[in-house]
Design a protein around this ligand. Sequence first.
Ligand SMILES: Nc1nc2c(ncn2[C@@H]2O[C@H](COP(=O)(O)OP(=O)(O)OP(=O)(O)O)[C@@H](O)[C@H]2O)c(=O)[nH]1
Length: 206
Amino acid sequence: MFEDRPDREEVVLVGRSNVGKSTLMRELTGHSKFTTGQKPGVTRSPNHFDWVSENFMFTDLPGFGFMSGVEEEHREQIKTDLVRYIESNADDVLAAVLVVDGKSVIDIIDRHSGPDEIPHDVELFHFLWDLEVPTIVAVNKMDKVDDRDERLDDLCDRLGLHPPWKQWRETIAPISAKRGDIDALNEALRTQFHEQKRDDLLKFVS
Ligand SMILES: Nc1nc2c(ncn2[C@@H]2O[C@H](COP(=O)(O)OP(=O)(O)OP(=O)(O)O)[C@@H](O)[C@H]2O)c(=O)[nH]1
């Protein structure tokens, strides 16, 4: 299990290994001390960092899904830990950012879809929604994608959101963390927070 969770509200980052979570964390927080690299599965335990302008922190949770050289049993353990972490902290989790690789996500989802199999990304997305954690899918590495709209519409379709993707801008955020192009994600986070604050206020007055 993960330990030492600071008592603060947080935005959690989840996603398969090598989708660019550490690169994105660096962009979001301005911190430079993240391990990035080609080796899948580099991130192993949660990293907590403050967002520059807001009073909450980002938590980078370990990579899950396919990790070469990591046994199935260990991968399952990582996934179980991730699920437990979110379940037990759901009240303090302001939002979740599910990071996917825009170039490969559709292929990966389609390869793992079957009568007895739900792809990890899709499973996690629904799991977060069921927990009522506002969830944003950060579609990273868009600099490598040519058919942008088509790809994003396909992703909506796989996640059970009606295309076109443009009507889901508070949920689908195409970005390129490596190029520092994360405006769509910042915008989606702001929208989610405003909606949440409004809901809290409505609860308060009703
Ligand atoms: N083309 C492109 N490459 C990117 C982008 N973001 C990250 N990368 C590259 O993707 C690779 C993985 O990035 P990381 O940030 O280490 O990925 P991670 O998800 O933290 O990986 P784990 O630690 O395994 O969970 C690195 O080679 C990055 O340079 C992007 O927006 N575009």
